[in-house]
Design a protein around this ligand. Structure first.
Ligand code: TA6
Length: 279
């Protein structure tokens, strides 16, 4: 199979953005060095599985809205563990709006892969410098692995935005019968074993399975997960979509986030993988 790794400048309307394109036969993926954010995954030419907001930006320290943002070392607002000085810290950690470096690349008959790395020396809760790496491997699926060998308090999430065509066609399954619902700030239950989206949805499913399935009008995907302790399903729905500057008012109809997360805050190394495969 023909495999290649090439640098490109700009992606879609994100002009000037430094990116790397991986090609493996008819499959391709594009990752931005800004945020180590996967922006595109096409298992076959033109069949885009990820969603990128038409209003996404990468200037002025803005994290890119869409693709697969990397949340690290905290998820959502920084809890007290990560914020000993009670500073104003960004949501979802520190690395979504920083430039990473290409540190390794490899192509062979079976796959093509790149590793991006970033050294972070300004963690509010830990002294010293910590190396964080993201390895992207493209073959008959796309595997995204976030790893950090330092045993420090760290959370992580691969906050994937999936291109679902039509929001009322979405089913994410199998999911645990109980979840923490951020919208109602309460634990919720149902026995259907899956999530459909018909209103604002922000659910944290602890102990989710190693393999989820996303059904939607653009085709089914298998979402493999390893090293996680939770999965998050998010859609802002109409009112929140209108309130988020880098979403268009109807954007909520076009994506669902299915996120692979490690949310434990005890000291640990991190080795989190999400694998996306068209079915
Ligand atoms: O993963 C869901 C979530 O944490 C939501 O609560 C929502 O705010 C979303 O992520 C987007 O966060 P962001 O910081 O990218 O606006």
């Amino acid at each position: 199979m023909t495999a290649s790794v090439t640098r490109q400048t700009g992606f879609g309307h994100l002009t000037g953005l430094p990116c790397i394109k991986l090609q493996y036969g008819a499959a391709s993926a594009v990752i931005s060095l800004y945020g180590a954010q996967v922006l595109s995954y096409q298992p076959a030419e033109g069949d885009e599985k990820l969603w990128l907001s038409p209003k996404a930006q990468w200037h002025n320290n803005t994290p890119i809205r869409g693709g697969v943002p990397v949340c690290w070392p905290w998820f959502g607002p920084a809890s007290a563990v990560f914020n000993p000085h009670r500073s104003a810290l960004p949501s979802h950690g520190l690395v979504r709006n920083r430039l990473w470096q290409l540190s390794q690349q490899h192509s062979c008959d079976n796959a093509v892969s790149v590793t991006l790395a970033i050294k972070v020396d300004d963690l509010p809760h830990t002294a010293g410098t910590v190396l964080l790496q993201l390895t992207l491997t493209l073959a008959d699926s796309l595997s995204i692995r976030l790893h950090c060998n330092s045993a420090i308090p760290q959370q992580g999430a691969l906050h994937s935005y999936f291109n679902i065509g039509q929001i009322d066609s979405v089913l994410v399954s199998p999911l645990p019968a109980s979840w923490y619902d951020k919208v109602s700030d309460a634990q919720q239950h149902d026995k259907t074993g899956g999530a459909t989206i018909g209103s604002e949805t922000d659910r944290v499913y602890s102990g989710s399975a190693d393999r989820l399935r996303l059904d939607c009008i653009t085709g089914a995907l298998a979402i493999g997960q390893q090293g996680h302790d939770a999965s998050v399903v998010w859609n802002p729905w109409q009112a929140r979509s209108q309130a988020i500057a880098d979403l268009a008012s109807d954007s909520y109809r076009q994506f669902v986030c299915v996120e692979t997360a490690w949310l434990n805050t005890q000291s640990n190394a991190l080795n989190l993988t999400q694998q996306i495969q068209a079915l």
